[in-house]
Design a protein around this ligand. Sequence first.
Ligand code: NAD
Length: 275
Amino acid sequence: MQNITLNNGVVMPQVGFGVWQVPDDEAHAAVTEAFNAGYRSIDTARIYENEEGVGRAIADSGLPREELFITTKLWNTDHARDDALRAFDASLSRLGLDYVDLYLMHWPMPGVDKYVEAWQAMEEIHADGRAKAIGASNFTVETLTRLLEETGTVPAVNQIELHPYLAQKEMRAFHAEHGIATEAWSPLGQGKGLLDDPALTAIAEKHGRSPAQVVLRWHLQSGNIVIPKSVTPARIKENLDVFGFELDAAEMGRIDALDKGKRFGPDPATFNWMG
Ligand code: NAD
């Protein structure tokens, strides 16, 4: 497994396993499958409503806690300081853990404008040692800039929608400038159409790999952390088997050229959903 060292020295696997849209009663099986395949990093969130299933899989795995990297996220209804502290305790208890490796603010919701207060609460949690690192998710240059100006902790990561159809050049440059690791959500473009792109299928055929593996390889060689999701055992394995081949500069360039600013998820500049 390749790792990325975050800006506070915490080491994070570059490939993790995402569990969005995995129901709680299926999370145990999916996460167990992922552990057996060799994943050690799991990305969940309070809003995914599967922290308990993830927690049971962690407990049943028998894996030493220090080998695991567990991420969960603060939901949008809990940005007020006391709500954030309570929400974190509840997540930790559902996961059955006494710390998480990474706690993310799920969305900044600039229209609600409480993300600075939420970040300060996350700084308290970090200071307690109950989150080894804290980070952002779906932050824009504008919302990150404000965080950097008004608080004391540079986010360890910013987890954003990122795949060949949405290459996020501006965000990646901003992250690099400020020592923030780029973590890609929906790294496979949710499997919707992207994986049938002729440029990707041609490169995949040349390497005897799948288009999903080519996309993940592009992410790794671009320096992104990825958290592909699947509940299909063969795909769970396939998505981690991305270290035995390399894309050359021309292939990387061809994939870079697929960028068309296409989002599958909401635009974080205008997303203020409190549901
Ligand atoms: P993804 O890009 O990982 O795509 C997952 C889908 O692609 C699967 O449901 C399946 O249909 C398909 N797929 C997976 N492996 C495949 C393979 N090898 N071959 C062919 N098809 C394959 O999409 P995602 O689940 O949206 O994103 C991954 C993770 O990112 C989530 O599970 C979650 O943890 C995280 N996420 C975070 C946010 C956020 O706001 N922070 C938003 C969305 C997702």
